[in-house]
Every structure is written in structure tokens, then in C-alpha cells.
Design a binder for this molecule. Structure first.
Ligand code: F6R
Length: 248
């Protein structure tokens, strides 16, 4: 895996925003769409802020952009404070000119008996859009990508999963208390993620240093889902100096 180390998260995020902007512009020149896979959580916040800045200050248009989010809690209402649907609207979508209908976020309100069908449909939509050009990922401290927890299969598709306790604890700060953190989530699968033409995983801060090392330098194992990215033909990690601390 290629690793780009930047002094700070902001600088790393700016570099990734530039790469995305360049792809959007080159496709605009030939009237083609760009399909982005997007993550939520604290990691991509600077990236989204920078994309908004590029839109507002430098006229970058998102009219030819289609986005698919990785995951969403289940069940959850789209307007709930912790919903990833709400996160995306607040952190990015409401502030750019992406057309209504061009962005997709797993729906945390689908009735349980319809979830399978819904997930297959989500998968199909990604394919119909032409597949993901650039997939943005964060990394959980247990190595998860999307909500593909340790043990997830490389052949997994979009599906309902059970969150690890460690993931629920890591995300508990967003909720009133631990018991409020959903036990389930809908996530793109590892095979869905792997079909992306290019993958860019972001990681900032000392609390990510150990898992970044295991993902980059350790064995490629399903016990550390991010380490499976070593097998992807075009994947890079963009990290800050703190997250790089443990790399040898
Ligand atoms: C969220 C997602 C997760 C996060 C990971 C890190 O859409 O896919 O895999 O990227 O849990 O979360 P943060 O960025 O909050 O440290």
C-alpha cells in the first residue's frame, strides 16, 4: 500500500480534495460523471470542508458527481442527530450543487424483512452508476472499514451487520449513553469496496497509529479488514504524522 504522510490532517485532506477536484473537472470536460464512495465519522470532516470551500470559492461544480455512502446505523431515522444521512447533508451535501437524486446513503428505516432486497438494490445502483471511481475510507481502531468488522469476508456485499462492542464504545460519545448506540448497521461489503477503481483511506491522530501499522505492515488478514486493502491494485493511505508514528 502506498502511504502519503502529511504534517497535519488538514494538509492531507486538502491533497485528497485536490485529487477529487481534478477528476471532477477532467470528467466535466468530456461530459462524464464521477462516482465517489464516501465515509462519515470525524475523519473526512476536513475533506468535506475543503470540497465545500472549492465549490464556494473556486467554483468547483458537483453537477456531474454521484455519491454512495458506505454505511448507516440500523435502525435510525434520517433526521436523528447521529444519523449518517444527516451527517452527510450537514457536512457536505447541503453546501454543494450536487443534484437531488445523485447521492445515495443506506436507509436506516427500511423494514427488517425488506433489508436484504434493499441491500441488493443498493449494490445494483452502484453498478448501474458505472462503479466507484474513488472510494474514501476511514479506519476503525479495530481495523474496520465501512462497518465491515474483523472477520468480514472479502466476498461480502452490502448487508446488515452487527457492530462490534469496541465500535459501539468508540461511537458512544455521539449518543446519550451506550445503550442508545444501535447494535446493527447497513454497510457496503468488502467486495463492494474492492470493486472501486481507486481507494483512499484517511487516518489522523495518534489513536490510529497502531491500527495503521497493522493495516500497512501486518499480514493481510480478515482479522484486520483494512489490511486486506494490501490486495487492492490501486489503494493509498493518506495519513498525518501522528497516525504514522508506529510505521517502521
Ligand atoms: C463511517 C465508516 C467507519 C469510520 C471509522 C472511523 O462511514 O465507514 O469505518 O470511518 O469508524 O471513524 P472516525 O473517522 O470517527 O474515527
Amino acid at each position: 500500500i502506498a502511504v502519503d504522510i502529511h504534517p497535519t490532517a488538514k494538509e492531507g485532506s486538502r491533497a485528497v480534495a485536490q485529487e477529487i477536484a481534478a477528476l471532477i473537472k477532467s470528467r466535466q470536460a468530456t461530459n462524464q460523471k464521477v462516482v465517489l464512495g464516501l465515509a462519515t465519522g470525524s475523519t473526512p470532516k476536513y475533506l468535506y470542508a475543503e470540497l465545500i470551500r472549492l465549490h464556494k470559492e473556486e467554483g468547483l461544480s458537483f453537477k456531474n458527481v454521484v455519491t454512495f455512502n458506505l454505511d448507516e446505523y440500523y435502525p435510525i431515522e434520517p433526521d436523528a442527530l447521529q444519523s449518517y444521512n444527516r451527517f452527510m447533508r450537514e457536512q457536505l451535501l447541503n453546501h454543494i450543487d450536487i443534484p437531488e437524486g445523485n447521492y445515495f446513503i443506506p436507509d436506516g428505516t427500511v423494514p427488517k424483512e425488506k433489508v436484504k432486497e434493499y441491500c441488493a438494490d443498493y449494490e445494483r445502483r452502484v453498478e448501474e452508476a458505472g462503479g466507484i471511481d474513488i472510494q474514501i475510507l476511514g479506519i476503525g481502531t479495530n481495523g474496520h472499514i465501512g462497518f465491515n468488522e474483523p472477520g468480514s469476508s472479502l466476498s461480502s456485499h452490502t448487508r446488515l451487520v452487527t457492530l462490534d462492542n469496541s465500535t459501539r464504545m468508540a461511537n458512544a460519545f455521539e449518543f446519550a449513553n451506550m445503550s442508545q448506540v444501535p447494535r446493527l448497521a447497513i454497510t457496503m461489503g468488502l467486495s463492494t469496496i474492492f470493486k472501486a477503481k481507486r481507494i483512499v483511506l484517511l487516518a489522523w491522530g495518534t489513536h490510529k497509529a497502531k491500527i495503521v501499522r497493522r493495516a500497512v505492515e501486518g499480514h493481510s488478514t480478515d482479522q484486520v479488514p483494512a489490511s486486506l486493502l494490501q490486495q487492492h491494485p490501486d489503494c493509498k493511505f493518506v495519513i498525518d504524522e501522528q497516525a504514522a508514528e508506529e510505521l517502521t
